[in-house]
Design a protein around this ligand. Structure first.
Ligand code: DAH
Length: 350
């Protein structure tokens, strides 16, 4: 006769399973062990899940006790699992830290404090000089209309002088300003009927080949004075004062006649070469002179377009470069360095 071992009751099976599962959990070291353990006991095909599923097939009087006990076991095993998972994670982290290259006692890398760009510094020097002569700073827009950039500056459509500025067009009527001069119209329309003494700094854009001497984006500082008794003498005095403050007190100024559609008469101002003092060198192309500004008396048509009656008002205007003066002053021989973002260059002007 075969002896059959007495079959465990479901409650005994549950107690056994729980003990076994908790013991097995203590052996778990790695995330992989952890997954395997979960699969064996709590997963969809795990041992406890099987018991929970079988509760329905027990005799009705046994169901509540077994079901309750099984749910309890499930809660305890889940809590134990969570605790173990956290311990495994911490252990893993500790191992990584130990193996890793983080030495928290090493000094940090120094953080460079940064400094102003050479263009910004140059602009600020220019502002300071004109501020002392009573000029306010007015910022006009970079995206302009054809009318502001050309038309109201006395260059109607097809005017030949438009050829002086190769233009980036956005639409037939909208463009990137080719010079800061359109700001003159904007200031006049805003300030009328007050007298005006402003400078208008800003970036200009020209559809041109980039070379060591010319960029397609660069800064200008426009100047505009409008009043009742303004003369060419005021203009020359202002430019002379500026040149001596910016380039050195010993500078000499030379005024030449020129042409711009928005001024009448128009001039260009030169200084004696800051490198050779006028004897002639490579930088001044052996002329002894360097051009620093285009300027003139505001054309009556432009005054009127700004709202000022040219019979009562007069004014002067000028346009200065920014990068070229900085190049002269600091001996920089390539304009492309300004916006090339090479720190080895930029850091020299800290
Ligand atoms: N707008 C001129 C240019 O970009 C520079 C200039 C010349 C401005 C004469 C002026 C001026 O205000 O009077 O070439």
């Amino acid at each position: 006769m075969t002896e059959y071992a007495p079959r465990n009751t479901p409650l005994e099976q549950l107690a056994q399973l729980e003990t076994e599962a908790l013991q097995a959990l203590e052996q778990v070291q790695t995330p992989e062990d952890l997954d395997r353990w979960y699969h064996t006991y709590l997963g969809r095909k795990g041992a406890l899940t099987a018991i929970l599923r079988s509760v329905g097939s027990l005799p009705p009087e046994e169901r509540p006790a077994v079901g309750g006990r099984a749910n309890e076991a499930k809660r305890r095993l889940e809590a134990a699992y969570d605790a173990r998972a956290e311990a495994v994670r911490q252990a893993q982290l500790a191992r990584e830290l130990e193996a890793g290259a983080i030495d928290v006692t090493l000094p940090g890398r120094p953080v460079g404090p940064g400094h102003l760009h050479i263009t910004t510094r140059t602009l600020r020097q220019i502002y300071a000089i004109f501020a002392e002569m009573g000029f306010q700073v007015y910022e006009a827009r970079d995206v302009e209309t054809d009318e502001m950039n050309f038309g109201l500056l006395n260059m109607p459509p097809h005017h030949p002088a438009r050829e002086m500025w190769d233009t980036f067009w956005i639409t037939d009527e909208v463009l990137l300003r080719t010079h800061t001069s359109p700001g003159q119209i904007r200031v006049m329309r805003e300030r009328y009927p007050e007298p005006i003494r402003v400078i208008l700094p800003g970036k200009c854009y020209r559809y041109e080949q980039i070379t060591a001497r010319s960029e397609h984006q660069f800064f200008q500082v426009e100047g505009l004075a409008v009043g009742r008794h303004i003369t060419m003498t005021d203009l020359i005095g202002t430019l002379t004062a500026f040149a001596r403050r910016f380039y050195g007190a010993e500078r000499r100024i030379r005024i030449r006649g020129s042409y711009f559609p928005f001024t009448e008469p128009s001039i260009e101002a030169d200084i004696d070469c800051i490198l050779c003092g006028g004897k002639g060198c490579r930088v001044c192309k052996y002329s002894g002179w360097l051009e620093i500004a285009g300027a003139g008396m505001v054309h009556p048509v432009v005054l009127a377009n700004g709202g000022y009656d040219p019979n009562e008002w007069s004014g002067f205007a000028f346009g200065l470069g920014v990068e070229r003066p900085a190049m002269l002053k600091y001996g920089i021989d390539d304009i492309r360095l300004f916006y090339g973002n090479d720190l080895r260059f930029l850091q020299q002007f800290g």
